[in-house]
Design a protein around this ligand. Structure first.
Ligand SMILES: [Zn+2]
Length: 303
C-alpha cells in the first residue's frame, strides 16, 4: 500500500470505534501505548487495537484516497517481471503444506496488490484469483493475464466483487492484510462461505510483539496506518484459529532473513553489527530466537 496515505492524520475524526474487532467487546483491555495513538490489548483474545479505532466511514474515505494516489508504474511492473525471492520461497513453503492446491486448485489472495504472489502461485501450478482495493494495481496484474478484481474481503459496497459470488476456493491467503479487516467475525463468516470444506487458510502477518514495535513505537498505526483495525500476536492468532474451528498445521515466526522490516538506522547500527556479524540477517536471527520476530506465518485448514 502507499505509505503517504497512512501517515495522513487528517483521519482522526473517524476514530470512534472502541470494541475489539474479534470479541466485539469494548471493555476488558490493557493499555499498551499512549502516543501518538492509544493502543490497547484485548484481555480476551489478545489482539492489539487502536483505541478508538477507525469507523466504516473512515475506511471508505481512506480507500478513496488510496485509490487516488498515483503509483510508480515502472516500480510495480518490475515486481511482476522480477518476482522477489521471498515471494518465491513463500510459495514453495505453501506448496509443502498444501500440495493438492498446486494441482490447479483455486486460491483467493486477499489484498493482492499488483499480483506478483499470484503470478508465482500460477507458475507453481495453482489457479489464483486476487482481490485488491486499488484499481491501477489490478490493471497491471490483468495485463499479465492474472485474474485480479477490485474489491475487499468484506460484505457490502466495495466488498467482494459480484462476479466472485458463489465461487469457492481451496486456499485463501492473507498476506499482510488481516489487520485491515474491521470485523473479524464477518471475515471468518466469509471464510466459511468462500472456503471449500477442508480448504486451507494462509496468514502472513507482522505481529505486535515484534522487535520493531519494541524499538520504534508500540503504536502500530505509525507503520500500518490509522485504518489498521488490529495487530495480532502469535498467541492471539492461535486463539482465534482454534475458536473458529481451524486445524493449525503450522504457526511460526518467519524464518530469519526474511521480511524483517527493521529500519535502516537499526540495521546499520553498531548494536546490530555486534549481534549480526554484519548484514540484516543477524538481527533477524536474534529477533527470531528471542521470539520477537517481526512476522508470523500460519497454515491452517477448516476442520
Ligand atoms: Zn478480543
Amino acid at each position: 500500500m502507499v505509505k503517504e496515505v497512512f501517515w495522513d492524520h487528517n483521519f482522526q475524526e473517524y476514530m470512534t470505534v472502541k470494541d475489539c474487532p474479534y470479541c466485539q467487546d469494548s471493555a476488558n483491555y490493557t493499555e499498551i501505548a499512549k502516543k501518538p495513538q492509544v493502543v490497547v490489548k484485548c484481555n480476551t483474545c489478545g489482539l492489539y487495537r487502536l483505541y478508538p479505532r477507525m469507523n466504516h466511514e473512515g475506511q471508505i474515505a481512506m480507500f478513496k484516497r488510496y485509490n487516488e494516489e498515483k503509483i510508480d508504474i515502472a516500480k510495480w511492473k518490475n515486481k511482476l517481471v522480477n518476482i522477489d525471492r521471498h515471494t518465491l520461497r513463500e510459495v514453495e513453503k505453501i506448496k509443502q503444506i498444501f500440495p493438492q492446491v498446486f494441482q490447479n486448485g483455486r486460491v483467493l489472495d486477499v489484498g493482492c496488490a499488483e499480483g506478483a504472489f499470484d503470478l508465482a502461485l500460477k507458475r507453481a501450478g495453482a489457479n489464483p484469483t486476487g482481490i485488491e482495493p486499488k484499481g491501477d494495481l489490478v490493471e497491471l496484474g490483468k495485463e499479465e493475464g492474472l485474474d485480479l478484481h477490485v474489491g475487499r474481503f468484506e460484505l457490502g459496497a466495495g466488498g467482494i466483487p459480484s462476479d466472485l459470488e458463489n465461487h469457492s476456493f481451496d486456499l485463501i491467503c492473507f498476506r499482510g492484510t488481516l489487520y485491515y479487516m474491521p470485523n473479524l467475525h464477518q471475515t471468518f463468516d466469509l471464510l466459511n462461505t468462500y472456503l471449500k470444506p477442508g480448504g486451507g487458510l494462509y496468514i502472513n502477518i507482522s505481529v505486535a510483539t515484534s522487535i520493531y514495535f519494541f524499538f520504534i513505537s508500540k503504536d502500530f498505526s505509525q507503520r500500518l496506518g490509522l485504518n489498521a483495525a488490529s495487530m495480532p500476536t502469535k498467541k492471539s492468532l492461535e486463539y482465534i484459529l482454534n475458536r473458529e474451528g481451524y486445524k493449525i498445521h503450522k504457526i511460526s515466526y518467519y524464518w530469519p532473513g526474511y521480511a524483517l522490516n527493521v529500519p535502516k538506522w537499526v540495521s546499520k547500527s553498531f548494536l546490530h553489527r555486534i549481534i549480526g556479524m554484519g548484514g540484516r540477517f543477524g538481527l533477524s536471527l536474534f529477533a527470531y530466537f528471542i521470539r520477537r520476530g517481526d512476522r508470523v506465518v500460519a497454515y491452517a485448514s477448516k476442520k
